[in-house]
Design a protein around this ligand. Sequence first.
Ligand code: NAG
Ligand code: NAG
Ligand code: NAG
Ligand code: NAG
Ligand code: NAG
Length: 687
Amino acid sequence: MEKSPIEVSPHSPAAFSRPSKRRSIYLSVFGLFLYFCLTFHPISLDRILQQQTSRLESPPEKHFPFNKIKPSKQLVFYPCYSKYQCARLEVPLDWQKDSNNHDDKGPKAAVALIRLPAKVPVTDRRYGGPIYINPGGPGGSGVHALVSFGKDVQTIADSATPVTSTASFHDESLYFDVIGFDPRGVNNTTPSASCFPDDFTRQAWMLQAEAQGVLKNNDTFAMFYARSKAVADSCTTILSDDDGHLEGIGKHMNTPVVVRDMVEIAERFGEWRENEAKKMLEEVEEEDFPEKSPDQYSAADAYQKALWKKGREEILYWGFSYGTLLGATLSAMYPERVKRVVLDGVCDAEDYYEGKWLKNLQDTDLILEQFYTQCFEAGPEHCAITPPEHTYGPYGIQEVFESAFETLKQNPLPVPANGVHSADVITYSNLYTQLKNALYQPHSNFRHLAKVIHDISSGNGTALAALKQSAYHGICPSQDCQLEGPWSDSCHNPELGPYKAETSAAIHCSDSTIDYSKHHSAEFFWENWQTLRNQSSALGDYWAEITLACGNWAIRPAWPLNTTITAEKTAHPILWVGNSRDPVTPVRNARRMASLFPGSKVLEQNSGGHCSVSEPSFCTAEVIRAYFQRGHLPKDGLVCQPFSGPFDADGSVEARVRGLGEPEEGMYQALRGLREGRRGFDLPLGI
Ligand SMILES: *[C@@H]1O[C@H](CO)[C@@H](O)[C@H](O)[C@H]1NC(C)=O
Ligand SMILES: *[C@@H]1O[C@H](CO)[C@@H](O)[C@H](O)[C@H]1NC(C)=O
Ligand SMILES: *[C@@H]1O[C@H](CO)[C@@H](O)[C@H](O)[C@H]1NC(C)=O
Ligand SMILES: *[C@@H]1O[C@H](CO)[C@@H](O)[C@H](O)[C@H]1NC(C)=O
Ligand SMILES: *[C@@H]1O[C@H](CO)[C@@H](O)[C@H](O)[C@H]1NC(C)=O
């Protein structure tokens, strides 16, 4: 079932041929980097050391070296991250070209994937197959997502009945695998797209963005525009280079390609399942199966069920945010493959593929209003903002809130170093970032936002400085990177390196039907920004960075979307999930998308936050479980309530959960794990 020895793949040639003179310059510059790292980030280094010790206290989940697996056309799983299985599936870099040539000699990509095995073997009658997940982005790592919250997805989708060794024939329970994969160009999937020579220079670029701050006026706009053009031009050159190890990946990382990869994964999984069943059934004796009677499940039945349905393998999927576009595209391109598709935090596919991003901020400012109200109702014990004497109700909260932003705009707040962080200056942009995070995740962040605003109002920026600096990585180029030179694979550490924001742009800019090499004037992006500002005073400035990242993007996909995102009939209806007040994927998108897939249903959750999982709800979890277990769809008009509000004290919530009893407590832990685990995947901008 698993092969333990890891084969070593052939040494990959260095990325770009470069004169050796250049290399020696880089090597000496490295000395400078090292100096910089040690001198200017002593506190970050301490933190890293601290993190390493705390990591040792809990059992270490050592980073799995995907590059040591030799990619293969058939799925071969290797044990990884203690209880998981990892694989690299070889696929043609260009599916179109491959289907024309049939010579199989073209360049390849290797998709990294990771499986959390089901609680029953593939030969068990209750085995439900794999649920594929995508955390969002675009550009989020599905491998990372699976390690962070795969087990929580499994708890929610699996039957509530604990697994017993023998299932009665009447037991209808299903138990699922969960599989995460890195999309094209992302993280452990190779070629891995990168427009920076190493993680260090990428972080330096991102720190410049942080210092420059968020988009707010024409001056900052000019800078954003210039920076985005610089990166887009770099990517256009680097990701088009098909001589180096990048193989011109830029043309092959748009959504339809990833959909085709998913179909390949599903097919190869079917093949693997059949082989696996064959091996297992050869090992077991017939009497391990219950006594044969017309009613009962025999080895022959198990084998029959495990057979590869070549060309017809169906797909189970749960996608969040951008993952809903991937799921909707899959459902439109391969409607016959849809067995279960849950799309949570729904994007409007038409708007996305037209590159507009204008169907996102419709409900955003409502959440801000709710923050004032909920904070006021929670009172000073749970919400740190104290309204001034002369004010009444939520308006008092709003006044303090707005004046904190105004004050920072005029007077950035100096913060001296302490035992945790170095000297810093808290700016309007730093607070704005906290606001953005709070709107995405009210449950995790509303109370924190209130505290930060309270602190800032009293001239204390300590907590925010600590938080800001905790995002910095202690990065110095590795020894291998020094030897192999900048741009080599060893200069990017998938585990420690910062998120590669340009992979996000590489996906959505090439999905967009706009040809940015022709429409890249400052006015074009400026107009889009003004429209977004008019849509939302809270997030318009932030959202404009997305389209701006396409600056001068000149790579066009080899395989553009050639269908509309709609299907008269999917094999099973889709389940769309939307929050009543989602800051970036309003529930109206779910309704509109549902109308394009007749028979599909919308579940609304009466909460704020991005994706249902941002505010745990037992009701939503039950609907999703019933869908995966039996294919049931919710009643029309069902609105689920969240279990608790953003300002509820942790203690009281936990007491309520304990009062619910055993299985519910497990479910709550899973919902909380999913909420915390998915938090890191919301489109981090900053290029
Ligand atoms: C500033 O805020 C931090 C964190 O909330 C707190 O620990 C510290 O005591 C505060 N400093 C002052 C001077 O109030
Ligand atoms: C890439 O995947 C690894 C797991 O293989 C994970 O630890 C890391 O955080 C991921 N990196 C990014 C930038 O997503
Ligand atoms: C701001 O910049 C845009 C785009 O460059 C330009 O069209 C507009 O006139 C400028 N506005 C002001 C007030 O300078
Ligand atoms: C945005 O709103 C302002 C003020 O209401 C209006 O003058 C302007 O035309 C609007 N711009 C866009 C692009 O919608
Ligand atoms: C889209 O492309 C695929 C793959 O080449 C092809 O099989 C299909 O017929 C195309 N569909 C349309 C509507 O052109």
